[in-house]
Design a protein around this ligand. Structure first.
Ligand code: HAM
Length: 411
């Protein structure tokens, strides 16, 4: 038997309905927030992810890279932001400042060690907003994240941190290097490398066993803020308080991707402790990818993680479950076909199975009505209909039944 690749999964039945429902909830949410849908390719030219200063481990170690038959170096996208920014620049979408918010939904690929909530193919939905840097935009994005969690029924904590500009990050990183160097032996192998490339990432390492001890006397990022930085961050937090949006400021939230500056945030599940979403400002990425000097901010949620937290129960869509005697399939099929023309959703069971088994399956699928068609119904040209809610059952003429439905649907 050929099995699915490691770190992937199949979706069907109830779980497939939950995915559909999640997508529907998001579609109506983003319509209300006036966010445009954007779809970009699953693979991009590798150079999009391998930018000159890219030390992020996602890009260094986790991408699925391949060469196509034309010798091009391509990469399956490990996240949505870079592709969306590429599309915004290439299609000059930044010109229309009235429509500068984009959302996406789709699969991403990272060569990770699969575990609970961590896959090699996983779905994200996210939002990217292009435009000037403004604390009101940052507030609006965090508000959107909060409202999304409410709409999806997620019980979460939003953690914020403020990294400041490139200058502040550089100074703080140098200070962290000095701080962690004498502790190098207590760091995991990855962090020993991070010490040279991106010391900031040591802070949110999930492996370092002595995490609490080694971060106890951590230099304070806030001591590197200048007055503008302080004011900008205070504006965001004040605004969030005014809007009653709950959050905590967490100096250990630094994010894993290289492009962040200024505000960064993560959404943590209060139920399981897993990180459901992450995001922040990335004001240098657009110009780094050849676009104009424009600010940008965004976030992405992991869909598998959301669906492991909340169950989306769909109301049954099934109008009629038709239990037919296979010997009378022609008579039954005529009814089924006419009901389908009236846009009714039908499950037609004309199998040879035992009647009670068919009935049990039918009830499990939660249809609005059961229709029984046996020898009696065929000889008298009738149908027997049972309302599954009220359990009332009637036998009526086939033509009367269809005519009544046709009148109701104005056909
Ligand atoms: P990220 O933190 O790498 O950020 O991913 C965002 C979310 O995707 C995570 O919080 C998690 O829920 C989910 N996720 C990530 N990796 C996996 C995986 N291997 N399996 C299952 N779920 C996963 C980004 O991707 C940024 N592009 C977010 C962003 C958008 N920043 C600005 N705009």
């Amino acid at each position: 038997m050929i099995t699915k690749p490691k770190g992937t999964y199949d979706i069907f039945y109830q779980e497939a309905s939950s995915w559909k429902k999640l997508e529907q909830t998001l579609t109506s949410f983003f319509a209300k927030w006036n966010v445009s849908y954007i779809r970009t390719p699953l693979f991009e030219n590798s150079e999009l992810f391998r930018r000159k200063n890219d030390f992020s481990e996602v890009v260094q170690k986790q991408t699925y890279d391949f060469t196509d038959k034309g010798g091009r170096s391509l990469t399956l996208r490990p996240e949505g932001t870079a592709g969306v920014v590429r599309a915004i620049i290439e299609n000059k979408l930044y010109v229309d400042t009235h429509s500068n918010k984009f959302y996406y939904f789709g699969p991403n690929y990272r060569y990770e060690r699969p575990q609970k909530g961590r896959f090699r193919e996983f779905y994200q939905f996210g939002v990217e907003v292009i435009g000037d840097k403004n604390y009101l935009v940052d507030t609006e994005i965090i508000d959107m994240v909060h409202q999304l969690c409410v709409s999806l029924g997620l019980d979460v904590t939003i953690k914020l941190n403020y990294l400041g500009g490139l200058d502040t990050i550089k100074k703080y990183s140098d200070e962290l290097k000095n701080y962690f160097t004498p502790l190098a032996n207590e760091l995991c192998q990855d962090c020993q490398q991070r010490l040279h490339q991106n010391p900031l990432r040591i802070i949110d390492c999930k492996i370092d066993s002595q995490k609490e001890t080694i971060t106890k006397n951590l230099p304070q990022l806030t001591s590197f803020y200048d007055s503008n930085t302080k004011e900008y961050f205070t504006n965001i937090t004040k605004m969030l308080q005014t809007l009653n949006i709950p959050f905590i400021v967490d100096p250990l939230t630094v994010r894993g991707l290289d492009y962040y500056t200024d505000i960064v945030f993560e959404v943590i599940s209060n139920k399981t402790g897993q990180t459901l979403a992450g995001g922040g400002r990335y004001d240098n990425l657009i110009s780094e990818l050849g676009g104009p000097k424009l600010g940008a901010i965004g976030f992405a949620f992991g869909c598998e993680r959301i669906l492991s937290e909340v169950e989306f129960i769909e109301d049954s869509d099934l109008d009629y479950y038709v239990l037919a005697n296979p010997a009378e399939a022609c008579y039954s099929y005529d009814i089924v076909s006419r009901l389908r023309k009236l846009n009714k959703i039908i499950k037609f069971d004309f199998s040879n199975r035992n009647f009670n088994k068919k009935l049990k399956d039918g009830l499990e699928q939660n249809p609005h009505y059961l229709i029984f068609i046996g020898t009696d119904e065929v000889s008298k040209k009738t149908v027997t209909i049972k309302d599954t809610k009220t359990t009332t059952q009637v036998t009526i003429s086939k033509n009367e039944f269809i005519n009544k439905l046709e009148c109701e649907t104005n056909v």
